[in-house]
Ligand binder design. Sequence first.
Ligand code: SF4
Length: 229
Amino acid sequence: MQFSLKLDETSLMVLVRERLLALFGPQRDAGRLDPVSQLVNAMLSARTRDTVSVPAFERLAQHYSSWDALADAPPATVEAIIRPVTYAEQKAVHLPQALRMIRARQGGIDLEFLADWDEEMALQWLRGLPGVGPKIAATTLNFSSLRRRVFAVDTHLLRIGARFGLLSPGTKYDEGHDAYARLVPDDWDADDLYEVHWLIKYLGQRICTHAAPACSHCPLRDLCPGRNA
Ligand code: SF4
């Protein structure tokens, strides 16, 4: 792979983080959801803007006294509560199904047991739940109070990784997750991965957008082989 500066890829990630920190500031969370709540939140947010999914999560949490109650809820009722999230009809089926599966396997709707599991095993376990793909599994482990050392990759990270030459165009979430996981320094902990995820995501939302990357305003332009002339 070619970069404008001669850096190994891990050094490049360190430099990317420094530059984005200077632009967006530290991304350290004030509070974390428990892992089941984060799972529900992540399922609602799939392909949906936070401005839509967060209110939907709050409506669900207000309507149901517990996640057990949501597990036993009819999909039509759930759908009416979570609309207008994307794929509301599917999510209204998958959410109760996933919660029932956790309850059936663990004897209760609780994911704290994943705190002690190997990260790859924990990812695979979560991905066995209905409607749970690699991104939802990763954010459940990394963004929740579990704080597991898992790098969550979303569409912004895939796009920027490809423009940067770190990923092939069309890379899927699984491969993207593995590729980013190889690039990050060994001494970055779960909070560091959380921070870098958000820094790159903000770059994707505000500068390196899908439609029109604003390379002239990008703090990474001297590093990026995909920059516009
Ligand atoms: S230089 Fe352009 S293509 Fe490269 S990361 Fe920045 S905005 Fe994206």
